[in-house]
Design a protein. Sequence first.
Length: 597
Amino acid sequence: MSTCLDVQLSFYPIVYLAAKTIFSRSPIVSVSNCRCHRFPLSFFFKIFFSSRPIKAKLKVHFLFRFDYLLFQRAFFFALMKQQQDEPRLEVVPDHIDFAAEERKILQKMARQKHLSNLSRPHYTFYDGPPFATGLPHYGHILAGTIKDIVTRWAHQSGFYVERRFGWDTHGLPVEYEVDKILGVKGPSDVLDMGIGVYNAKCRGIVMRYAEEWQHMVERTGRWIDFDNDYKTLYPWFMESVWWVFSQLFKKNFVYRGVKVMPFSTGCSTPLSNFEAGQNYQRCFFVAFPLVENSKRSFVAWTTTPWTLPSNLALCVNPNLVYAVILDVKTQKEYIMLKERLSELYKSANLYKIIETIKGSELAGKEYIPPFPYFLNLKEAGRKVFVVITNTYVKTDQGTGIVHQSPYFGEEDHKTCLEHGIITKDAEMICPVNEKGIFTDEVVDFKGLYVKDADKLIIKMLKEKGLLLKQEQYKHSYPFCYRSHTPLIYKAVPSWFIRVESLVEQLLLNNEKTRWVPSFVRDKRFANWLRDARDWAVSRNRFWGTPINLWVSEDHTEIVCPGSIAELEELTGTKITDLHRENIDDLTIPSKVKEMDL
Protein backbone atom coordinates (compact mmCIF):
# COMPACT_ATOMS: atom_id res chain seq x y z
CA MET A 1 0.00 0.00 0.00
CA SER A 2 2.78 2.43 0.88
CA THR A 3 4.42 2.01 -2.49
CA CYS A 4 1.16 2.64 -4.31
CA LEU A 5 0.42 5.69 -2.14
CA ASP A 6 3.87 7.15 -2.84
CA VAL A 7 3.37 6.71 -6.56
CA GLN A 8 -0.06 8.36 -6.40
CA LEU A 9 1.16 11.30 -4.36
CA SER A 10 3.88 11.96 -6.87
CA PHE A 11 1.19 12.78 -9.42
CA TYR A 12 -0.82 15.13 -7.17
CA PRO A 13 0.87 18.36 -8.30
CA ILE A 14 -0.08 17.55 -11.89
CA VAL A 15 -3.66 16.67 -10.94
CA TYR A 16 -3.94 19.78 -8.84
CA LEU A 17 -2.87 22.04 -11.69
CA ALA A 18 -5.30 20.35 -14.06
CA ALA A 19 -8.15 20.66 -11.57
CA LYS A 20 -7.39 24.30 -10.97
CA THR A 21 -7.49 25.04 -14.67
CA ILE A 22 -10.78 23.21 -15.26
CA PHE A 23 -12.72 24.32 -12.21
CA SER A 24 -11.31 27.78 -11.54
CA ARG A 25 -14.68 29.39 -12.44
CA SER A 26 -16.75 27.02 -10.30
CA PRO A 27 -19.41 28.88 -8.27
CA ILE A 28 -19.56 26.02 -5.78
CA VAL A 29 -15.98 25.58 -4.61
CA SER A 30 -12.71 27.44 -4.86
CA VAL A 31 -9.93 24.96 -5.62
CA SER A 32 -7.26 27.63 -5.56
CA ASN A 33 -7.90 28.27 -1.88
CA CYS A 34 -8.62 24.61 -1.06
CA ARG A 35 -11.71 25.69 0.90
CA CYS A 36 -13.27 22.24 0.88
CA HIS A 37 -15.30 22.99 4.02
CA ARG A 38 -17.64 25.44 2.34
CA PHE A 39 -20.16 22.68 1.60
CA PRO A 40 -20.20 19.92 4.21
CA LEU A 41 -20.67 16.33 3.06
CA SER A 42 -24.10 16.25 4.78
CA PHE A 43 -25.34 18.75 2.18
CA PHE A 44 -24.74 16.25 -0.67
CA PHE A 45 -26.10 13.28 1.28
CA LYS A 46 -29.33 15.22 1.86
CA ILE A 47 -29.67 15.79 -1.87
CA PHE A 48 -29.12 12.19 -2.88
CA PHE A 49 -31.04 10.45 -0.11
CA SER A 50 -33.94 12.92 0.17
CA SER A 51 -37.43 11.68 -0.69
CA ARG A 52 -38.12 14.94 -2.49
CA PRO A 53 -37.93 14.66 -6.31
CA ILE A 54 -34.86 16.21 -7.90
CA LYS A 55 -34.44 16.96 -11.55
CA ALA A 56 -32.14 14.46 -13.32
CA LYS A 57 -29.92 17.19 -14.72
CA LEU A 58 -29.46 18.69 -11.28
CA LYS A 59 -28.74 15.28 -9.76
CA VAL A 60 -26.03 14.54 -12.33
CA HIS A 61 -24.58 17.96 -11.73
CA PHE A 62 -24.41 17.36 -7.97
CA LEU A 63 -23.12 13.81 -8.52
CA PHE A 64 -20.22 15.27 -10.44
CA ARG A 65 -19.62 17.94 -7.80
CA PHE A 66 -19.87 15.38 -4.97
CA ASP A 67 -17.33 13.07 -6.63
CA TYR A 68 -15.02 15.96 -7.27
CA LEU A 69 -15.31 17.24 -3.71
CA LEU A 70 -14.37 13.85 -2.27
CA PHE A 71 -11.29 13.86 -4.48
CA GLN A 72 -10.49 17.43 -3.47
CA ARG A 73 -10.68 16.64 0.22
CA ALA A 74 -8.44 13.60 -0.19
CA PHE A 75 -6.00 15.63 -2.24
CA PHE A 76 -5.98 18.49 0.26
CA PHE A 77 -5.03 16.29 3.23
CA ALA A 78 -2.47 14.37 1.18
CA LEU A 79 -0.94 17.60 -0.03
CA MET A 80 -0.75 19.00 3.49
CA LYS A 81 0.95 15.79 4.67
CA GLN A 82 3.40 15.94 1.78
CA GLN A 83 4.23 19.57 2.56
CA GLN A 84 4.92 18.66 6.19
CA ASP A 85 7.11 15.64 5.38
CA GLU A 86 9.05 16.94 2.39
CA PRO A 87 10.55 20.20 1.19
CA ARG A 88 8.37 22.27 -1.06
CA LEU A 89 8.71 21.64 -4.82
CA GLU A 90 10.67 24.21 -6.77
CA VAL A 91 8.92 26.34 -9.34
CA VAL A 92 9.79 25.16 -12.84
CA PRO A 93 10.56 28.02 -15.26
CA ASP A 94 8.69 28.30 -18.54
CA HIS A 95 11.85 27.77 -20.61
CA ILE A 96 13.42 24.77 -18.92
CA ASP A 97 16.97 23.59 -19.58
CA PHE A 98 16.44 19.83 -19.66
CA ALA A 99 20.16 19.03 -19.74
CA ALA A 100 20.74 21.12 -16.63
CA GLU A 101 17.81 19.46 -14.86
CA GLU A 102 19.22 16.04 -15.76
CA ARG A 103 22.54 17.02 -14.18
CA LYS A 104 20.74 18.06 -10.99
CA ILE A 105 18.99 14.66 -10.84
CA LEU A 106 22.28 12.85 -11.41
CA GLN A 107 23.87 14.84 -8.57
CA LYS A 108 20.96 13.94 -6.29
CA MET A 109 21.36 10.27 -7.25
CA ALA A 110 25.08 10.50 -6.47
CA ARG A 111 24.26 11.81 -2.98
CA GLN A 112 21.71 9.02 -2.44
CA LYS A 113 24.32 6.38 -3.27
CA HIS A 114 26.11 7.22 -0.03
CA LEU A 115 22.89 6.82 1.97
CA SER A 116 22.42 3.14 1.08
CA ASN A 117 21.83 1.10 4.20
CA LEU A 118 24.14 -1.93 4.39
CA SER A 119 21.97 -3.42 7.14
CA ARG A 120 19.18 -4.08 4.68
CA PRO A 121 18.77 -7.59 3.21
CA HIS A 122 21.17 -7.94 0.30
CA TYR A 123 19.83 -8.31 -3.24
CA THR A 124 22.30 -9.94 -5.64
CA PHE A 125 22.19 -8.94 -9.29
CA TYR A 126 24.56 -10.53 -11.82
CA ASP A 127 25.52 -8.14 -14.59
CA GLY A 128 27.73 -9.35 -17.44
CA PRO A 129 30.49 -6.74 -17.79
CA PRO A 130 31.22 -5.15 -21.19
CA PHE A 131 34.55 -4.90 -23.00
CA ALA A 132 36.08 -1.42 -22.80
CA THR A 133 37.94 -2.00 -26.08
CA GLY A 134 34.82 -1.02 -28.02
CA LEU A 135 32.47 1.96 -27.86
CA PRO A 136 29.01 1.62 -26.30
CA HIS A 137 26.02 1.39 -28.63
CA TYR A 138 22.22 1.28 -28.45
CA GLY A 139 22.21 -2.38 -27.47
CA HIS A 140 24.15 -1.51 -24.33
CA ILE A 141 21.73 1.32 -23.54
CA LEU A 142 18.71 -0.98 -23.84
CA ALA A 143 20.23 -3.75 -21.70
CA GLY A 144 21.53 -1.24 -19.13
CA THR A 145 18.12 0.37 -18.79
CA ILE A 146 16.40 -2.96 -18.16
CA LYS A 147 19.03 -3.90 -15.58
CA ASP A 148 18.63 -0.52 -13.87
CA ILE A 149 14.87 -1.06 -13.54
CA VAL A 150 15.45 -4.35 -11.71
CA THR A 151 17.99 -2.95 -9.25
CA ARG A 152 15.92 0.19 -8.56
CA TRP A 153 12.88 -1.96 -7.85
CA ALA A 154 14.94 -4.01 -5.38
CA HIS A 155 16.21 -0.84 -3.68
CA GLN A 156 12.69 0.59 -3.35
CA SER A 157 11.51 -2.77 -1.99
CA GLY A 158 13.81 -2.50 1.00
CA PHE A 159 16.94 -4.29 -0.23
CA TYR A 160 20.55 -3.23 -0.36
CA VAL A 161 21.89 -3.60 -3.91
CA GLU A 162 25.59 -3.47 -4.69
CA ARG A 163 25.86 -1.63 -7.99
CA ARG A 164 29.56 -1.99 -8.85
CA PHE A 165 30.30 -1.48 -12.53
CA GLY A 166 32.48 -4.19 -14.05
CA TRP A 167 34.87 -4.44 -16.99
CA ASP A 168 35.65 -7.58 -18.96
CA THR A 169 39.32 -6.97 -19.70
CA HIS A 170 40.41 -10.45 -20.83
CA GLY A 171 40.00 -12.71 -23.81
CA LEU A 172 39.85 -12.84 -27.54
CA PRO A 173 38.46 -9.32 -28.30
CA VAL A 174 41.47 -7.71 -26.58
CA GLU A 175 43.98 -10.07 -28.19
CA TYR A 176 42.46 -9.53 -31.61
CA GLU A 177 42.94 -5.75 -31.33
CA VAL A 178 46.53 -6.16 -30.12
CA ASP A 179 47.30 -8.65 -32.91
CA LYS A 180 46.31 -5.98 -35.45
CA ILE A 181 48.46 -3.35 -33.73
CA LEU A 182 51.55 -5.58 -33.44
CA GLY A 183 51.04 -7.48 -36.69
CA VAL A 184 50.85 -10.82 -34.89
CA LYS A 185 50.09 -13.69 -37.27
CA GLY A 186 50.04 -16.60 -34.82
CA PRO A 187 51.09 -17.93 -31.41
CA SER A 188 54.71 -18.30 -32.52
CA ASP A 189 54.95 -14.52 -32.97
CA VAL A 190 53.80 -13.98 -29.39
CA LEU A 191 56.27 -16.53 -28.04
CA ASP A 192 59.08 -14.87 -29.99
CA MET A 193 58.38 -11.42 -28.55
CA GLY A 194 57.60 -12.81 -25.08
CA ILE A 195 54.25 -13.33 -23.37
CA GLY A 196 55.07 -10.56 -20.88
CA VAL A 197 55.56 -7.99 -23.66
CA TYR A 198 52.38 -9.09 -25.40
CA ASN A 199 50.28 -9.04 -22.23
CA ALA A 200 51.63 -5.60 -21.29
CA LYS A 201 50.28 -4.30 -24.59
CA CYS A 202 46.92 -5.96 -23.87
CA ARG A 203 46.83 -4.37 -20.44
CA GLY A 204 47.53 -0.99 -22.02
CA ILE A 205 44.48 -0.93 -24.32
CA VAL A 206 41.77 -2.61 -22.26
CA MET A 207 40.45 0.65 -20.78
CA ARG A 208 40.90 2.96 -23.76
CA TYR A 209 37.17 3.73 -24.01
CA ALA A 210 36.44 3.78 -20.27
CA GLU A 211 35.65 7.52 -20.23
CA GLU A 212 33.17 7.19 -23.10
CA TRP A 213 31.48 4.32 -21.30
CA GLN A 214 31.18 6.21 -18.01
CA HIS A 215 29.82 9.31 -19.74
CA MET A 216 27.18 7.34 -21.67
CA VAL A 217 26.07 5.20 -18.72
CA GLU A 218 25.74 8.15 -16.36
CA ARG A 219 23.89 10.30 -18.93
CA THR A 220 21.30 7.55 -19.42
CA GLY A 221 20.52 7.87 -15.71
CA ARG A 222 21.68 4.44 -14.65
CA TRP A 223 22.37 4.19 -10.92
CA ILE A 224 25.80 2.58 -10.90
CA ASP A 225 29.06 2.86 -8.96
CA PHE A 226 32.10 3.60 -11.12
CA ASP A 227 34.35 4.60 -8.22
CA ASN A 228 34.31 1.08 -6.78
CA ASP A 229 34.39 -0.84 -10.06
CA TYR A 230 36.04 -4.22 -10.73
CA LYS A 231 38.09 -5.59 -13.61
CA THR A 232 38.58 -9.22 -14.56
CA LEU A 233 42.35 -8.63 -14.72
CA TYR A 234 42.56 -7.95 -10.96
CA PRO A 235 44.46 -10.78 -9.20
CA TRP A 236 41.70 -11.18 -6.60
CA PHE A 237 39.12 -11.62 -9.36
CA MET A 238 41.30 -14.17 -11.20
CA GLU A 239 41.78 -15.96 -7.88
CA SER A 240 38.00 -16.25 -7.48
CA VAL A 241 37.84 -18.00 -10.87
CA TRP A 242 40.57 -20.38 -9.71
CA TRP A 243 38.59 -21.19 -6.56
CA VAL A 244 35.45 -22.07 -8.57
CA PHE A 245 37.44 -24.26 -10.96
CA SER A 246 39.20 -26.02 -8.07
CA GLN A 247 35.81 -26.88 -6.56
CA LEU A 248 34.71 -28.44 -9.85
CA PHE A 249 38.01 -30.35 -10.01
CA LYS A 250 37.59 -31.72 -6.48
CA LYS A 251 34.11 -32.97 -7.40
CA ASN A 252 35.50 -34.80 -10.47
CA PHE A 253 33.77 -32.53 -12.96
CA VAL A 254 37.02 -31.71 -14.81
CA TYR A 255 38.69 -34.01 -17.33
CA ARG A 256 41.05 -33.86 -20.31
CA GLY A 257 39.85 -35.02 -23.70
CA VAL A 258 39.70 -34.39 -27.42
CA LYS A 259 36.76 -32.67 -28.97
CA VAL A 260 35.92 -31.53 -32.47
CA MET A 261 34.95 -27.90 -32.12
CA PRO A 262 34.33 -24.83 -34.27
CA PHE A 263 37.85 -23.49 -34.71
CA SER A 264 38.84 -19.99 -35.79
CA THR A 265 41.95 -20.11 -37.97
CA GLY A 266 41.89 -16.30 -37.93
CA CYS A 267 42.25 -16.24 -34.14
CA SER A 268 43.93 -19.67 -33.69
CA THR A 269 41.48 -20.84 -31.06
CA PRO A 270 38.32 -22.95 -30.65
CA LEU A 271 35.13 -20.97 -30.14
CA SER A 272 31.97 -21.62 -28.16
CA ASN A 273 29.98 -18.87 -29.90
CA PHE A 274 29.93 -18.05 -33.57
CA GLU A 275 27.82 -16.48 -36.28
CA ALA A 276 26.16 -18.59 -38.95
CA GLY A 277 25.49 -17.13 -42.37
CA GLN A 278 23.75 -18.47 -45.45
CA ASN A 279 26.26 -18.97 -48.21
CA TYR A 280 26.62 -20.80 -51.51
CA GLN A 281 29.26 -23.53 -51.62
CA ARG A 282 30.16 -26.21 -54.08
CA CYS A 283 29.38 -29.81 -53.21
CA PHE A 284 31.31 -32.71 -54.71
CA PHE A 285 30.42 -36.33 -55.49
CA VAL A 286 33.54 -38.47 -55.02
CA ALA A 287 34.14 -42.15 -55.87
CA PHE A 288 35.78 -44.54 -53.37
CA PRO A 289 36.72 -47.79 -55.24
CA LEU A 290 36.15 -51.10 -53.42
CA VAL A 291 39.20 -53.24 -52.64
CA GLU A 292 37.39 -56.39 -53.81
CA ASN A 293 36.28 -54.84 -57.13
CA SER A 294 38.09 -51.72 -58.36
CA LYS A 295 35.39 -51.16 -61.05
CA ARG A 296 32.76 -50.67 -58.36
CA SER A 297 32.87 -47.58 -56.11
CA PHE A 298 31.00 -46.04 -53.23
CA VAL A 299 29.80 -42.49 -53.97
CA ALA A 300 30.15 -40.00 -51.10
CA TRP A 301 29.17 -36.33 -51.01
CA THR A 302 31.06 -33.47 -49.33
CA THR A 303 31.25 -29.67 -49.20
CA THR A 304 34.73 -29.72 -47.62
CA PRO A 305 37.22 -31.28 -50.06
CA TRP A 306 40.10 -30.28 -47.76
CA THR A 307 38.99 -33.03 -45.30
CA LEU A 308 39.39 -35.81 -47.90
CA PRO A 309 43.16 -36.27 -47.32
CA SER A 310 42.25 -37.25 -43.72
CA ASN A 311 39.49 -39.72 -44.65
CA LEU A 312 39.51 -42.90 -42.52
CA ALA A 313 36.07 -44.45 -43.11
CA LEU A 314 32.71 -44.26 -44.90
CA CYS A 315 29.35 -44.32 -43.07
CA VAL A 316 25.97 -45.65 -44.28
CA ASN A 317 22.57 -45.93 -42.64
CA PRO A 318 21.98 -49.62 -41.73
CA ASN A 319 18.21 -49.31 -42.21
CA LEU A 320 18.14 -47.72 -45.68
CA VAL A 321 18.19 -49.35 -49.11
CA TYR A 322 21.19 -48.76 -51.37
CA ALA A 323 21.45 -49.42 -55.11
CA VAL A 324 24.33 -50.88 -57.13
CA ILE A 325 24.08 -49.19 -60.51
CA LEU A 326 25.83 -49.33 -63.86
CA ASP A 327 26.73 -46.00 -65.47
CA VAL A 328 25.63 -46.37 -69.11
CA LYS A 329 28.29 -43.97 -70.41
CA THR A 330 31.38 -45.07 -68.44
CA GLN A 331 30.36 -48.68 -67.78
CA LYS A 332 31.50 -48.23 -64.16
CA GLU A 333 29.49 -49.40 -61.16
CA TYR A 334 28.53 -47.19 -58.25
CA ILE A 335 26.86 -47.69 -54.88
CA MET A 336 24.66 -44.99 -53.34
CA LEU A 337 21.27 -44.54 -51.68
CA LYS A 338 18.52 -45.66 -54.04
CA GLU A 339 16.20 -42.72 -53.37
CA ARG A 340 19.03 -40.25 -54.00
CA LEU A 341 19.99 -41.43 -57.50
CA SER A 342 18.46 -38.27 -58.95
CA GLU A 343 21.19 -36.26 -57.23
CA LEU A 344 23.81 -37.86 -59.47
CA TYR A 345 21.75 -38.47 -62.62
CA LYS A 346 19.23 -36.13 -64.21
CA SER A 347 17.60 -38.99 -66.11
CA ALA A 348 16.97 -42.63 -65.22
CA ASN A 349 18.13 -43.54 -68.74
CA LEU A 350 21.72 -42.75 -67.76
CA TYR A 351 22.03 -45.72 -65.39
CA LYS A 352 20.81 -49.25 -64.79
CA ILE A 353 20.11 -50.75 -61.37
CA ILE A 354 22.04 -53.99 -61.00
CA GLU A 355 20.84 -54.83 -57.50
CA THR A 356 19.65 -53.28 -54.25
CA ILE A 357 21.19 -53.94 -50.88
CA LYS A 358 20.44 -52.89 -47.32
CA GLY A 359 22.92 -50.57 -45.61
CA SER A 360 23.70 -53.08 -42.88
CA GLU A 361 25.04 -55.51 -45.52
CA LEU A 362 27.65 -52.95 -46.62
CA ALA A 363 29.24 -52.76 -43.18
CA GLY A 364 32.86 -53.88 -43.09
CA LYS A 365 33.53 -53.59 -46.81
CA GLU A 366 36.96 -52.12 -47.56
CA TYR A 367 37.74 -49.37 -50.05
CA ILE A 368 40.72 -47.47 -51.45
CA PRO A 369 41.00 -43.90 -50.01
CA PRO A 370 41.33 -41.02 -52.50
CA PHE A 371 44.67 -39.97 -50.99
CA PRO A 372 47.41 -42.30 -49.65
CA TYR A 373 48.76 -40.17 -46.82
CA PHE A 374 47.64 -42.48 -43.99
CA LEU A 375 47.85 -45.93 -45.58
CA ASN A 376 50.51 -46.71 -42.98
CA LEU A 377 47.70 -47.02 -40.41
CA LYS A 378 46.22 -49.96 -42.29
CA GLU A 379 49.65 -51.51 -42.63
CA ALA A 380 50.02 -51.22 -38.85
CA GLY A 381 46.83 -53.24 -38.37
CA ARG A 382 44.46 -50.36 -37.62
CA LYS A 383 40.80 -50.73 -38.60
CA VAL A 384 40.61 -48.00 -41.25
CA PHE A 385 39.20 -47.47 -44.75
CA VAL A 386 36.11 -49.59 -44.09
CA VAL A 387 32.35 -48.97 -44.17
CA ILE A 388 30.66 -48.36 -40.80
CA THR A 389 27.02 -47.68 -39.94
CA ASN A 390 25.05 -45.02 -38.08
CA THR A 391 21.47 -43.77 -38.28
CA TYR A 392 22.57 -40.12 -38.37
CA VAL A 393 22.98 -40.59 -42.16
CA LYS A 394 19.76 -39.12 -43.60
CA THR A 395 17.91 -39.16 -46.90
CA ASP A 396 17.37 -35.42 -47.33
CA GLN A 397 20.75 -34.60 -48.86
CA GLY A 398 23.86 -36.14 -50.35
CA THR A 399 24.17 -39.77 -51.50
CA GLY A 400 23.41 -41.63 -48.27
CA ILE A 401 27.15 -42.30 -47.82
CA VAL A 402 29.12 -39.92 -45.60
CA HIS A 403 32.90 -39.69 -45.78
CA GLN A 404 34.43 -39.84 -42.29
CA SER A 405 37.28 -37.56 -41.27
CA PRO A 406 37.02 -38.11 -37.51
CA TYR A 407 39.20 -35.21 -36.41
CA PHE A 408 37.34 -32.66 -38.55
CA GLY A 409 33.71 -33.49 -37.82
CA GLU A 410 31.82 -33.90 -34.55
CA GLU A 411 29.53 -36.72 -35.76
CA ASP A 412 32.47 -38.32 -37.59
CA HIS A 413 34.51 -38.36 -34.39
CA LYS A 414 31.70 -39.86 -32.32
CA THR A 415 30.85 -42.54 -34.92
CA CYS A 416 34.48 -43.53 -35.51
CA LEU A 417 35.04 -43.87 -31.77
CA GLU A 418 32.03 -46.18 -31.50
CA HIS A 419 33.35 -48.42 -34.29
CA GLY A 420 36.99 -48.46 -33.21
CA ILE A 421 38.31 -46.51 -36.19
CA ILE A 422 39.99 -44.25 -33.64
CA THR A 423 40.50 -44.55 -29.89
CA LYS A 424 40.74 -41.95 -27.16
CA ASP A 425 44.38 -42.73 -26.46
CA ALA A 426 45.45 -42.98 -30.14
CA GLU A 427 47.47 -40.30 -31.87
CA MET A 428 45.26 -37.77 -33.65
CA ILE A 429 45.12 -37.83 -37.45
CA CYS A 430 44.87 -34.06 -37.73
CA PRO A 431 47.28 -32.70 -40.37
CA VAL A 432 46.12 -29.08 -40.03
CA ASN A 433 47.70 -26.58 -37.63
CA GLU A 434 46.07 -23.77 -35.64
CA LYS A 435 46.28 -21.37 -38.62
CA GLY A 436 44.44 -23.81 -40.89
CA ILE A 437 47.62 -24.80 -42.76
CA PHE A 438 48.28 -28.34 -43.96
CA THR A 439 51.25 -29.94 -42.18
CA ASP A 440 54.02 -32.15 -43.63
CA GLU A 441 51.97 -35.38 -43.62
CA VAL A 442 49.91 -34.09 -46.55
CA VAL A 443 52.88 -33.85 -48.90
CA ASP A 444 51.01 -32.54 -51.95
CA PHE A 445 49.38 -29.62 -50.12
CA LYS A 446 51.69 -28.89 -47.16
CA GLY A 447 52.01 -25.21 -46.32
CA LEU A 448 48.67 -24.35 -47.94
CA TYR A 449 45.66 -22.89 -46.18
CA VAL A 450 42.93 -25.55 -46.31
CA LYS A 451 40.43 -23.39 -48.19
CA ASP A 452 43.06 -22.43 -50.75
CA ALA A 453 43.93 -26.11 -51.21
CA ASP A 454 40.36 -27.03 -52.19
CA LYS A 455 40.89 -26.22 -55.87
CA LEU A 456 44.10 -28.29 -56.07
CA ILE A 457 42.39 -31.22 -54.31
CA ILE A 458 39.52 -31.12 -56.80
CA LYS A 459 41.99 -30.97 -59.68
CA MET A 460 43.80 -34.06 -58.37
CA LEU A 461 40.50 -35.94 -57.94
CA LYS A 462 39.63 -35.18 -61.56
CA GLU A 463 43.00 -36.48 -62.71
CA LYS A 464 42.41 -39.72 -60.79
CA GLY A 465 38.93 -40.11 -62.26
CA LEU A 466 37.33 -39.92 -58.79
CA LEU A 467 35.31 -36.70 -59.17
CA LEU A 468 31.89 -37.63 -60.54
CA LYS A 469 30.00 -34.35 -60.22
CA GLN A 470 30.06 -30.91 -58.60
CA GLU A 471 27.32 -28.33 -58.12
CA GLN A 472 26.30 -25.26 -56.11
CA TYR A 473 24.70 -25.86 -52.73
CA LYS A 474 23.30 -23.25 -50.33
CA HIS A 475 23.55 -23.92 -46.64
CA SER A 476 24.37 -22.32 -43.30
CA TYR A 477 28.07 -21.97 -42.59
CA PRO A 478 29.76 -20.78 -39.37
CA PHE A 479 31.93 -17.69 -39.21
CA CYS A 480 34.22 -16.35 -36.49
CA TYR A 481 32.44 -13.45 -34.78
CA ARG A 482 35.76 -11.62 -34.26
CA SER A 483 37.87 -12.18 -37.38
CA HIS A 484 34.84 -12.79 -39.66
CA THR A 485 36.68 -15.70 -41.30
CA PRO A 486 34.96 -19.04 -42.01
CA LEU A 487 35.40 -21.56 -39.21
CA ILE A 488 36.59 -25.10 -39.65
CA TYR A 489 35.69 -27.99 -37.40
CA LYS A 490 38.86 -29.34 -35.86
CA ALA A 491 39.81 -31.72 -33.04
CA VAL A 492 41.67 -30.03 -30.21
CA PRO A 493 42.97 -31.44 -26.92
CA SER A 494 41.02 -29.59 -24.27
CA TRP A 495 39.98 -29.52 -20.64
CA PHE A 496 36.29 -30.18 -20.17
CA ILE A 497 33.70 -29.66 -17.46
CA ARG A 498 31.16 -32.48 -17.23
CA VAL A 499 27.73 -31.07 -18.04
CA GLU A 500 25.83 -33.96 -19.60
CA SER A 501 25.57 -35.79 -16.27
CA LEU A 502 23.91 -32.70 -14.75
CA VAL A 503 21.26 -32.08 -17.42
CA GLU A 504 18.34 -33.43 -15.36
CA GLN A 505 19.34 -31.33 -12.36
CA LEU A 506 19.79 -28.27 -14.56
CA LEU A 507 16.31 -28.73 -16.03
CA LEU A 508 14.84 -29.09 -12.53
CA ASN A 509 16.55 -25.88 -11.39
CA ASN A 510 15.33 -24.13 -14.53
CA GLU A 511 11.73 -25.06 -13.64
CA LYS A 512 12.17 -23.34 -10.26
CA THR A 513 13.51 -20.18 -11.88
CA ARG A 514 11.26 -17.23 -12.68
CA TRP A 515 11.80 -16.13 -16.26
CA VAL A 516 10.40 -13.01 -17.89
CA PRO A 517 8.91 -13.81 -20.33
CA SER A 518 8.11 -17.34 -19.16
CA PHE A 519 8.30 -18.98 -22.60
CA VAL A 520 12.09 -18.51 -22.56
CA ARG A 521 12.27 -20.86 -19.58
CA ASP A 522 9.88 -23.43 -21.01
CA LYS A 523 11.10 -23.45 -24.60
CA ARG A 524 14.32 -21.78 -25.67
CA PHE A 525 16.43 -22.23 -22.53
CA ALA A 526 14.97 -25.61 -21.60
CA ASN A 527 15.69 -26.93 -25.10
CA TRP A 528 19.23 -25.61 -24.89
CA LEU A 529 19.77 -27.36 -21.56
CA ARG A 530 18.41 -30.68 -22.88
CA ASP A 531 21.03 -30.63 -25.63
CA ALA A 532 23.87 -29.42 -23.42
CA ARG A 533 27.21 -31.15 -23.93
CA ASP A 534 30.36 -31.21 -21.84
CA TRP A 535 31.90 -27.76 -21.83
CA ALA A 536 35.37 -27.31 -23.35
CA VAL A 537 36.77 -24.51 -21.18
CA SER A 538 40.41 -24.30 -22.29
CA ARG A 539 41.51 -21.86 -24.98
CA ASN A 540 44.83 -21.36 -26.77
CA ARG A 541 45.26 -17.78 -25.59
CA PHE A 542 47.75 -15.63 -23.68
CA TRP A 543 45.76 -12.73 -22.17
CA GLY A 544 43.33 -14.21 -19.67
CA THR A 545 43.01 -16.25 -16.50
CA PRO A 546 45.16 -19.38 -16.93
CA ILE A 547 43.63 -22.73 -16.01
CA ASN A 548 45.04 -23.62 -12.61
CA LEU A 549 46.24 -27.14 -13.41
CA TRP A 550 49.79 -28.47 -13.00
CA VAL A 551 50.08 -31.80 -14.86
CA SER A 552 52.80 -34.45 -15.14
CA GLU A 553 54.06 -35.35 -18.61
CA ASP A 554 52.19 -38.65 -18.61
CA HIS A 555 49.01 -36.94 -17.29
CA THR A 556 48.81 -39.34 -14.34
CA GLU A 557 49.24 -36.67 -11.67
CA ILE A 558 47.30 -33.39 -11.60
CA VAL A 559 47.34 -30.64 -8.97
CA CYS A 560 44.73 -27.87 -8.94
CA PRO A 561 45.52 -25.03 -6.48
CA GLY A 562 42.51 -22.92 -5.62
CA SER A 563 44.18 -19.75 -4.36
CA ILE A 564 47.34 -17.65 -4.53
CA ALA A 565 48.29 -18.72 -1.02
CA GLU A 566 47.99 -22.40 -1.94
CA LEU A 567 50.14 -21.94 -5.04
CA GLU A 568 52.76 -20.06 -3.01
CA GLU A 569 52.88 -22.93 -0.55
CA LEU A 570 53.20 -25.57 -3.30
CA THR A 571 55.88 -23.71 -5.28
CA GLY A 572 57.72 -21.83 -2.53
CA THR A 573 57.43 -18.62 -4.59
CA LYS A 574 55.90 -15.25 -3.72
CA ILE A 575 53.12 -14.45 -6.25
CA THR A 576 51.61 -11.05 -6.98
CA ASP A 577 49.94 -11.68 -10.34
CA LEU A 578 48.31 -14.71 -12.00
CA HIS A 579 48.85 -13.92 -15.67
CA ARG A 580 50.86 -16.44 -17.66
CA GLU A 581 54.15 -14.54 -17.71
CA ASN A 582 54.21 -14.76 -13.90
CA ILE A 583 53.33 -18.43 -13.40
CA ASP A 584 54.23 -20.38 -16.57
CA ASP A 585 57.67 -21.26 -15.23
CA LEU A 586 56.49 -22.30 -11.76
CA THR A 587 56.69 -26.02 -10.97
CA ILE A 588 55.19 -28.17 -8.24
CA PRO A 589 57.17 -31.17 -6.93
CA SER A 590 55.49 -34.50 -7.62
CA LYS A 591 54.30 -36.54 -4.66
CA VAL A 592 54.64 -39.77 -6.62
CA LYS A 593 57.81 -39.53 -8.69
CA GLU A 594 61.05 -37.60 -8.57
CA MET A 595 59.85 -34.99 -11.03
CA ASP A 596 58.10 -31.65 -11.24
CA LEU A 597 54.63 -30.89 -12.54
